[in-house]
Design a protein around this ligand. Structure first.
Ligand code: SAM
Length: 248
């Protein structure tokens, strides 16, 4: 998968992209991420990418010309047609379903805003606007890194263990079950006995139930789309209504 990121602060992106799983995925050729400085497509001495808003008001707005030129040039750098994604607090909220859709693309171009955001005509070049949450950041670089991280770890071979991306929060519309590691007893806190039993069927059943419980307690909104049996749905309803305890 190829990802191009356009930003006026490319140095904000490179350090993170070279670290950890993202760095390894690039080194192994699983994803190919290229960072571009939007100022390379300016034509004036000051390499200007922003200007005052028509109609007045605070802040500056990102000019369309450098962005259009950058998109034209960067699109030609790779044979695949890119999906152009603009990072914006007004965009579609990023969730695991959208991450899966984006991860299935062969090519993305991510556009990071700054200042008060983009001249509206820039959005004519976007296939999608994506928000990482209902809050406003100073720029699109952190949102772009969030998106790249989430998408990269779904690429085949990116994670050490192939199960890691399937057996986790949101994978089945549920939050993940509680996890424990050694020691089995820590400060008088005992790991649930079932996890030490070696009985894989019992462990799977416990984990499924704890996933349902945790989702009902913390994110009941997710249950609307989760695939639950009738018995699990009834269990979730009782949790939500405070009828059950951890012994259930
Ligand atoms: C200060 S914000 C502009 C906000 C804009 N004036 C508005 O009210 O919608 C500057 C840039 O940061 C990025 N940004 C800020 N918050 C974001 C979020 N929650 N999700 C995605 N991108 C965000 C966008 O690229 C945006 O163009």
């Amino acid at each position: 998968m190829r990802i191009d990121i356009i930003s006026v602060l490319p140095e904000m992106l490179t350090a993170t992209l070279d670290a950890s799983i993202l760095g390894r995925a690039q080194a192994r050729g699983i994803i190919d991420v290229a960072v571009h400085d939007l100022r390379d497509w300016t034509t004036d001495r000051h390499r200007t990418t922003d200007d005052y808003p028509f109609g007045g008001g605070p802040g500056m707005v990102m000019k369309p010309e450098p962005v259009y030129r950058a998109l034209d040039a960067i699109s030609d750098l790779h044979p695949d047609t890119p999906m152009v994604v603009v990072m914006s607090p007004q965009g579609r909220p990023l969730d695991q379903a959208l991450v899966h859709d984006l991860a299935a693309q062969s090519r993305l171009i991510l556009l990071c805003g700054r200042y008060e955001g983009f001249d509206e005509r820039i959005l004519d070049r976007a296939d999608l606007e994506v928000s990482i949450g209902d809050y406003v950041l100073t720029g699109g670089e952190l949102p772009a890194l969030v998106l790249v991280d989430a998408v990269a770890r779904l690429q085949e071979g990116a994670l050490g263990c192939t199960d890691s991306a399937t057996d986790e929060s949101f994978a089945e519309g549920l939050l993940e079950y509680p996890q424990y590691t050694r020691p089995a007893v820590f400060e008088d806190k005992q790991v649930p006995e079932v996890l030490l039993s070696g009985d894989h069927a019992r462990i799977a059943a416990w984990r499924r139930r704890e996933s349902v419980r945790r989702t009902a307690e913390r994110r009941p909104d997710l249950l609307v789309h989760a695939h639950l049996t009738d018995e699990e749905r009834e269990f979730a309803r009782r949790i939500a209504e405070g009828e059950t305890t951890h012994g259930d």
